[in-house]
Design a protein around this ligand. Structure first.
Ligand code: 13P
Length: 227
């Protein structure tokens, strides 16, 4: 069990990673962790997430109201608290704007292609939530209907949000979404996308069950016509 300080330090570490990997520019992105039913740690608004220290992390209640910390909480706190309210299994949320996956979100194309075994085994696919104005209730309202279906989401004309049982899992899902998007775009540019067959996918599902891999999986078999 990590201490309060260790969790704040881990949020800063994830901030450094998303910034270093170009998943955010300038002050974009936000990260949170649910400590208990009524205590959530969040990144502050308006700072580079690559240069935070633990003293900058803010504690809010389940409604996103600040309880402790000198700075204001993330402007996207409504989205974070709404995710925790609808997904009791989730303890961490990472939001970023990784360029390739966000390109798909701008083009209106969900990442729901059955092409990579490791993605089929873990995320399934990544659905696209319709556009909602950042920082307002519109954004969680667009996301809520999809929350039971997946652990990673494209936000139309905005970015990506990933969920996890802990901070590292939420972060690794962000990595996987961007990597998947880049590979898919590369195949598209090469002029050919070979989809996994139904049989390939069934075998992967069996492996997944036998291995006890947990998490929600968005159905990737919907998407042959996505491009
Ligand atoms: P905050 O700095 O307020 O968290 O906002 C960054 C962002 O990316 C909004 O979508």
């Amino acid at each position: 069990m990590s201490t309060y300080f260790e969790l704040k330090a881990q949020i800063c570490e994830i901030g450094r990673r998303v910034y270093a990997r170009n998943y955010v520019a300038s002050n974009a992105g936000n990260i949170s962790y649910k400590l208990s039913e009524d205590e959530i740690l969040t990144t502050p608004t308006g700072v580079s997430k690559g240069y935070m220290d633990p003293g900058m992390i803010v504690l809010v209640d389940r409604k996103g109201k600040r309880r402790y910390g000198e700075r204001e909480p993330s402007s996207e706190i409504k989205m974070h608290v709404s995710i925790y309210a609808h997904r009791p299994d989730v303890r961490a949320v990472v939001h970023a704007h990784p360029p390739t996956a966000t390109g798909f979100a701008v083009a209106g194309i969900p990442l729901a292609h059955c092409v990579l075994p490791e993605v089929v085994l873990s995320l399934g696919g990544v659905p696209l939530a319709p556009y909602g104005t950042p920082s307002t209730e519109e954004l969680p309202q667009q996301l809520i209907p999809l929350l039971e279906k997946a652990d990673a989401f494209l936000l139309a004309n905005h970015g990506v949000v990933t969920l996890g049982k802990d901070l590292l899992q939420a972060y690794y899902r962000m990595e996987m979404v961007e990597h998947f998007a880049l590979i898919l775009l590369t195949a598209k540019q090469l002029g050919k996308i070979n989809f996994l067959t139904k049989e390939n996918i069934e075998k992967l599902k069996e492996i997944r069950e036998a291995a006890g891999i947990k998490g929600k999986q968005f159905d990737c078999s919907l998407c042959k016509l996505c491009f």
